[in-house]
Unconditional design. Structure first.
Length: 128
């Protein structure tokens, strides 16, 4: 579940009214701003269940982010290198798929980030 229902609705409203696709000239300049949101999205889902690259590309696309594998996988590898994610190989039919799970450090980092995101969204959407 998202931080709380008011924040969830503000988040959904914000993303319905913006395009945050990285493949336009304007958004390339803003990519650094969005990359933090994307990392938090990845961590949020990895806390809930094991994730894999293509699944996250599809999930992020539902939120208006269009990422290539060449953008997402370095983020996953970076989160793993920092100790927030741990990967393992899992067989999916005839192929192996690398899946990622949040570590205890990743869970702690996400919990700390929630407080910061809640404060920021409060200021942005409620003028607190």
């Amino acid at each position: 579940m998202f931080l709380d229902s008011r924040l969830h609705h503000a988040h959904r409203k914000y993303y319905r009214n913006t395009t945050s696709e990285f493949d336009t000239a304007t958004d390339v300049d803003d990519q650094d701003l969005y990359s933090g949101f994307i990392r938090l999205h990845i961590l949020h889902h990895a806390v809930k269940e094991p994730i894999y690259g293509l699944g996250m590309i599809e999930e992020l696309a539902r939120h208006g982010y269009r990422l290539s594998a060449g953008t997402l996988y370095p983020m996953l590898h970076g989160l793993e290198a920092r100790g927030y994610l741990k990967s393992s190989g899992r067989r999916s039919g005839a192929r192996m798929r690398r899946v990622y799970r949040a570590t205890s450090a990743g869970r702690r980092a996400l919990a700390a980030a929630r407080a910061k995101v809640r404060e920021l969204f409060g200021e942005m959407f409620h003028g607190d």
